[in-house]
Design a protein around this ligand. Structure first.
Ligand code: AMP
Ligand code: GLY
Length: 424
């Protein structure tokens, strides 16, 4: 089978690493990929939203299966593009069509979906620029902190949590009137604040049946003790120790089942991953958000724990035969620690040489996030640079190995959090 992965981060390198182990694989391509994927696949210099370029590649390399890493091309309808083109219609695509991808593309759409299907989530109202006064009075009726969400995709930056009412009103106005997040904030969702501990659960569905993948918890803040600015994710742990059997059962019956049934009832075809951001409040799970793809860096701990042949799993998904698969999960804990560029998530330099990667012991696996290969050397090419994944009997043991191996490589101004798991 010839396979194409769209994307360039740690998630895509992890998928490539796992797919590369499959006897079913013939040729593997990643567009655009990074220095890590270059070692195990052919990188193709294409943007993930360049659908015509992707089409040309799929035809010239006779690609059978496309796995879409990030949300952007899904929300832009890449799967629909394949289905509507006679030359591409037979190619299997992992990732939902545009209509269902709106679960991530619009917070308002996701909230309406959850309420329609009685899926537990924070109460909310949504507002447009013409509703400014209504929004102010809604805020006045809430207790702080105030949760404001830009409706559309805002590269993970569209959620504001504010303690002060006047500040919340001002930000609300800036989002709607001054388009603080551009197009994405022409609608703003105001939500009730939920106080609890977060975790994520991942589901792979073929639209008929589904498999529940391991849970994971990521660490979003740049600073130790969960302080400072939000990032794409500074590390992750799987499984989540506080998600015991009883709690997992609640997630399955109250959230996953009604989500899958809701997609069917609403006629939203879905072939791909559903990443459900959850919060545990008084032993009960609530949905914070849906994403229509795998998380990054959660992928770096979830995928390595899957023992099945990933290509077989994707084939079954695309053929709507997922019910024939027996999912096998490694019992051990996996952790990943993300090394980032100095200054991230604000401005940072790119193009810094990374040395010593060859010294990392085989007790960890290195997944490249933002890296670039130039004349045989590896350079930084993003804020999040390299994720170091290890296994252990628990997260402490696994993290110890990752931290040991991080000492073996270096780039100028490298930073990582040394306190992952502190809250568990
Ligand atoms: P989202 O982009 O919707 O995942 O929101 C980003 C982050 O904001 C989440 O990971 C939570 O930490 C926080 N958040 C979002 N909605 C709520 C809420 N209703 N209550 C408390 N925290 C929230
Ligand atoms: N780690 C969070 C995300 O992928 O959105």
């Amino acid at each position: 089978m010839n396979i194409l992965i769209l994307g360039s981060g740690g998630r895509e390198h992890t998928l490539a690493w796992k797919i590369n182990q499959s006897p079913k694989l013939t040729n593997l391509f990643v567009a655009p990929g990074n220095a890590g994927t270059a070692e195990i696949a052919t990188n193709v210099d294409l943007k993930v939203n360049d659908f015509d370029g992707i089409k040309a590649l799929v035809i010239s390399e006779t690609i059978d299966l496309v796995i879409v890493g990030p949300e952007d091309p899904l929300v832009n309808g890449v799967h629909d593009f394949f289905l509507q083109d006679p030359q591409l219609v037979k190619v299997k695509v992992i990732g939902p069509q545009k209509a269902a991808a709106t679960l991530e593309g619009s917070k308002e759409f996701a909230k309406e979906f959850m309420f329609r299907h009685q899926i537990p989530t924070a109460s909310y109202e949504s507002f447009k620029a013409t509703d400014l006064e209504k929004g102010y009075s809604f805020l006045e009726g809430l207790k702080p902190p105030y949760v404001l969400k830009a409706d559309g995709l805002a590269a993970g930056k569209g959620v504001l949590i504010l303690n002060d009412l006047e500040e919340a009103k001002e930000e609300f106005k800036q989002m709607l009137v001054e388009e603080k997040f551009g197009e994405a904030s022409t609608t703003v969702v105001i939500e009730e604040f939920l106080d609890g501990i977060e975790l994520s659960c991942f589901v792979l569905t073929d639209g008929k049946s589904y498999k529940v993948l391991p849970t994971a918890k990521d660490y979003k803040r740049i600073g130790e003790g969960d302080t400072g600015l939000n990032t794409g994710g500074m590390g992750a742990i799987s499984p989540v120790p506080f998600a015991d059997k009883t709690f997992l059962n609640k997630i399955q019956t109250r959230i996953i089942e009604p989500t899958i049934q809701g997609l069917k009832k609403d006629n939203l075809p879905y072939v791909g991953f559903i990443f459900i951001g959850l919060i545990k409040v008084n032993e009960n799970p609530y949905v914070i958000e849906y994403n229509v793809r795998l998380g990054d860096p959660e992928t770096e701990v979830v995928i390595p724990r899957i023992k099945n042949d990933l290509v077989e799993l994707f084939e079954a998904t695309a053929n709507q035969e997922l019910d024939t698969i027996n999912l096998e999960i490694d019992d051990r804990t996996a952790t990943t620690v993300m090394t980032v560029s100095g200054g991230y998530p604000e401005t940072y330099e790119k193009g810094i040489e990374i040395t010593g990667l060859e010294n990392v012991a085989s007790t960890s696996v290195i997944y490249h996030a933002g890296t670039k290969l130039k004349a045989g050397k590896v350079f930084t090419n993003g804020g999040r640079v390299i994720a170091v994944t290890s296994f252990g009997k628990d997260h402490d043991e696994a993290l110890k190995t990752s931290y040991e191996n991080i000492q073996k490589f270096h780039f100028d101004k490298m930073y990582y959090r040394k306190d992952l798991g502190f809250d568990l």
